[in-house]
Design a protein around this ligand. Sequence first.
Ligand code: GLY
Length: 293
Amino acid sequence: MTYQPAVLTHGGAGRPVPETPGAREDAAKVCQQAAQAGLELLARGGTDAALQAAIAAAMILEDDPRFNAGTGGNLRLDGSLELDASVATSDGRFAAVACLRATKNPVLVAQALLKTPHVLLCGEGATRFARQQGFPEAAMVTEKALARWKAARERLASGNLRPYEQKWKDMQFHGTIGAVSRAADGSFAVSCSTGGTSMMLPGRVGDTPIWGAGVYAGEHGAVCATGHGELCIKRMGAFLVYQRIAQGQHPQEAVDAEVKAFPPPYEVGFIALSRQHQGIGATDGYMPAGAAG
Ligand code: GLY
């Protein structure tokens, strides 16, 4: 049996929603280009086509400084940049890196980790592994990330925090990126990458590199999450969506149900593929996304 190859991408859910004229459309356009690039790889077929497609799509978004992943990722409160990423496939492979420093494409380091017995490397060990694998040190901090960092520090100092910042009161500007893919042979893959939130301690890890929280893939489909990482870990967001799909729910209904169940003011978004269908959804409806196939 063959399936319709497909790739979905997202550019992150969460506030503030970009208000600059054209910014939302531009973000959606890049997500669409990334999905299309992934689909082209699926069309070529070959080994591990679903994984190659999910990674290729994620790299386009990691390299675009408008997204909070790879280049342009949010800075920690101490001004450092630490990145999380993961990859997973429907045949049970999963690998992730957390708090990785100065490395251009964290999804590629996660992919390299698939060759080892480990599933998660973090901090200094992850960065050393990246260098050993031939990923050079790279300058990743953008002017925009610096401006976001300064604004976050000012809000923290003044106490003028946003409604969802009350635990830092707690700050979020997510914008994680991710991709899910379905190959013609019915295999699935997912990739996810993030700079985290914009008000966070060094060493903080969100949902992106956590199996079942940020990503999940199995024989029924693949799911990628974005949004408030702490809650997504506690709720096992990606797994809940997958479980609904495995029980026969349409992926759109599965995504909508989990978005609805996510407790406000925290925000979340998902992309999900099943064997026949797709689902894309986020709190308040804002999440740039692409769909090809
Ligand atoms: N969802 C990305 C993060 O919270 O780190």
